[in-house]
Ligand binder design. Structure first.
Ligand SMILES: Cc1cc2nc3c(=O)[nH]c(=O)nc-3n(C[C@H](O)[C@H](O)[C@H](O)COP(=O)(O)OP(=O)(O)OC[C@H]3O[C@@H](n4cnc5c(N)ncnc54)[C@H](O)[C@@H]3O)c2cc1C
Length: 449
């Protein structure tokens, strides 16, 4: 790859792209570690955690210990407990007796943390990153555009941390149908007020987001009197795994076990693990059921229809409504339904960062054209071994189901910081759970596959 020779003023140790919980946690941990010049860019003008889904009454799906820092360092000043103390809320939380804090409070806690970090710059979108050389020293050139002025600025750094999260995912045949009345669940609150005027609303999907949107709409239905449908092509509206031994899959131990498997074994396993992280929480299912029960008291028949095993095959705009064609996948029956509004709770998926497009040749790709990532979360490259590109939450295919989990963010950042310093700044424990995922070290395999 040919490298251009720019003018250098200041060189950072690490520049982070995106300020979601994972890079915000890295910024907080680096702030306390000291010794490295770090800068983080976020294109949004302020921190907001999935703003379109901050629905009243929703909570984190993980215990509050999954804050930005605690699982790596409970003594940090950026813990959730310190946030509570600083806001004089410790007793409120103590009497609440609930590990699952409101999503709104998690967002407020993250905003409180971000407001204390000089390394975090908002309203700055990273447009392009290129490898360059300062004399013989290889660096990255980072081109950033201000959302306010539209002007670009250029920065130089030794290492990068890509924390751009995942993007709303919509089945390809529905992408062109998106508009003001056909939306992804990530936009729900931005559109909610106008959507409530509809005569009929259809929610699609059976993950946590679809369930939360359905529940919210079912609660509003009495005031706004729309017909409400909920379809999923999955086999049912099933709960996400939340048993204590099931939760142990979201541990550094399982990540280590998974990382060592062959790519084909990883793909096989991931396909069978949907309900570890894709279903609906038991509480939300119970809330929905209780509401349906109450609405049906006294032979009432609420205008609500739930149906699993049923796929949205096509959607056509018809005057001021939409004609949906749906198929019951088990019986094969196809039927049509009118719906003014359609909300797609069809999940999120990782995408390749567009600002690294010019570096594609340097990246090691697997047989399915996915970038490869080292055990310590570095993008595997052919010629940039001293300039790391850390990837946060883009490593489901290499590290397994824990990649998007908030409870593993601080651990991943501890590993990243240790690599950045090339010494152990944070101790990383390797035996954190009761069960074994592979063999006990003292057991010898008797068969070799
Ligand atoms: C509604 C919802 C609820 C969830 N709840 C939970 C939960 O309770 N527990 C759990 O464990 N997980 C949960 N998750 C999963 C996951 O942990 C979160 O999505 C989490 O926000 C991921 O953090 P992140 O830092 O990877 O990305 P994000 O939070 O998506 O942040 C990425 C940021 O990068 C910015 N960005 C992107 N490109 C650029 C660029 N070029 N330049 C500058 N900035 C850029 C984006 O604007 C964005 O702000 C939830 C996910 C969703 C969608």
């Amino acid at each position: 790859m040919s490298l251009k020779q720019p003018q250098f003023e200041k060189v950072y140790d690490i520049i982070g792209v995106g300020i979601g919980p994972f890079n915000l946690g890295l910024a907080a941990m680096l702030d306390e570690t000291g010794g490295k010049e770090a800068l983080f860019f976020e294109k949004k003008t302020e921190f907001n955690w999935h703003k379109g889904m901050l629905i009243d009454g929703t909570t984190l799906q993980v215990p509050f210990f999954a804050d930005l820092v605690s699982m790596a360092n409970v003594k940090s000043k950026y813990t959730f407990l310190n946030y509570l103390q600083e806001h004089n809320r410790l007793y409120h939380f103590y009497f609440l007796e609930n590990f699952h804090i409101p999503r709104k409070e998690y967002n407020h806690y993250c905003r409180w943390t971000a407001s204390q970090l000089n390394s975090c710059r908002f309203g700055m979108g990273v447009e392009q990153i290129l490898p360059v050389e300062n004399g013989d020293v290889p660096l990255y050139e980072v081109i950033v555009r201000s959302e306010e002025t539209g002007e670009t600025e250029t920065y130089y750094t030794k290492h990068l941390a890509v924390g751009i999260g995942t993007s709303p995912s919509v089945p390809s045949h529905l992408e062109k149908k998106l508009g003001t009345k056909v939306i992804h669940s990530s936009q729900y609150l931005d559109r909610k007020e106008e959507l409530l005027n509809a005569r009929s609303i259809t929610v699609v999907g059976s993950g946590q987001s679809a369930a939360e949107v359905f529940y919210d709409l079912a609660q509003h239905q009495d005031n706004d009197s729309y017909s409400l449908n909920w379809f999923t092509r999955s086999k049912g509206f099933f709960p996400m795994e939340y048993s204590k031994l099931g939760l142990e899959y979201f541990s550094p131990d399982y990540t280590d076990f998974f990382y060592k498997l062959s790519p084909s074994k990883k793909d096989d396993l991931l396909q069978k693990q949907d309900l570890l992280y894709k279903g609906i929480s038991m509480e939300t299912i119970a809330d929905i059921y209780d509401l349906l029960y109450e609405k049906s008291v006294g032979q009432q028949k609420p205008d609500i229809h739930l149906q699993a095993m049923t796929e949205l095959v096509s959607l056509e705009k018809k005057a001021d409504t939409h004609m949906l064609s749906l198929r019951q996948n088990v019986t094969g029956d196809v039927f049509e339904l009118e719906s003014d509004v359609v909300i797609l709770g069809t999940g999120y998926s990782p995408s390749f960062p567009h600002f690294l497009m010019n570096m594609q040749e340097s990246i090691e790709w697997d047989h399915k054209n996915r970038y490869q990532i080292t055990h310590d979360y570095r993008l595997q490259t052919k010629d940039l071994e001293n300039n790391h590109i850390f990837i946060q939450n883009g490593e489901l295919h290499t590290h397994g189901v824990g990649a998007p989990d908030l409870g593993l963010g601080a651990h991943r950042n501890a590993v990243i910081i240790n690599k950045l310093f090339e010494k152990e700044i944070y101790s990383v424990s390797h035996k954190n759970v009761f069960q074994n995922f592979g063999l006990e070290p003292s057991w010898n395999p008797t068969t070799v596959h």
